[in-house]
Design a binder for this molecule. Structure first.
Ligand code: DQA
Length: 140
């Protein structure tokens, strides 16, 4: 059974409440339970942290034994050399996801420390982006 993890960065614990005009009105817990039902043939797990080092620790923990990592590093995407280096250091392929189209937003969201070492990127497809990334790993 393929092991895939979704890792969400800072403020994404507020999905459903936070700027719903940008990020939608669904909580990640509700969305994740839909995903686990729909993709019962894979082992799907979820981790969220607002703390940069915890995200790096999780990437190290799963990055040598999982089949795929779906990473929305949120604001740290644009600031964290450490998360970029962690993505480079691990073996498991990483698909970078952003719910919103970061290129249609402020300039500081146009740079990503994750992208150069991601195996693929899904941007601006809403919450559905996570599912598109799961499909990419399932078909890999
Ligand atoms: C985000 C985009 C980031 O710029 C922002 O800081 C987030 C969420 C997205 O999923 O659209 O927190 O990663």
């Amino acid at each position: 059974m393929k092991r895939i993890i979704i890792i969400n960065g800072p403020n994404l614990n507020l999905l459903g409440k936070r700027e719903p005009e940008i990020y939608g009105g669904v909580t990640f817990a509700d969305y994740f339970s839909e995903l686990t039902e729909k993709y019962a043939s894979i082992s799907l797990s979820y981790f969220q942290s607002n703390i940069e080092g915890e995200l790096i620790d999780k990437l190290h923990e799963v990055g040598f034994n999982y089949d795929g990592i779906i990473l929305n590093a949120a604001a740290y995407t644009h600031t964290s050399v450490g998360i970029g280096d962690a993505v480079k250091a691990i073996e498991t392929p990483v698909i970078e996801v952003h719910i919103s189209n970061v290129y249609a937003r402020e300039d500081f969201r146009h740079h990503s420390y994750v992208s150069p070492n991601a195996s693929g990127i899904v941007i601006g497809m809403g919450m559905k982006g996570y599912e598109l990334a799961i499909n990419a790993f399932m078909n890999a």
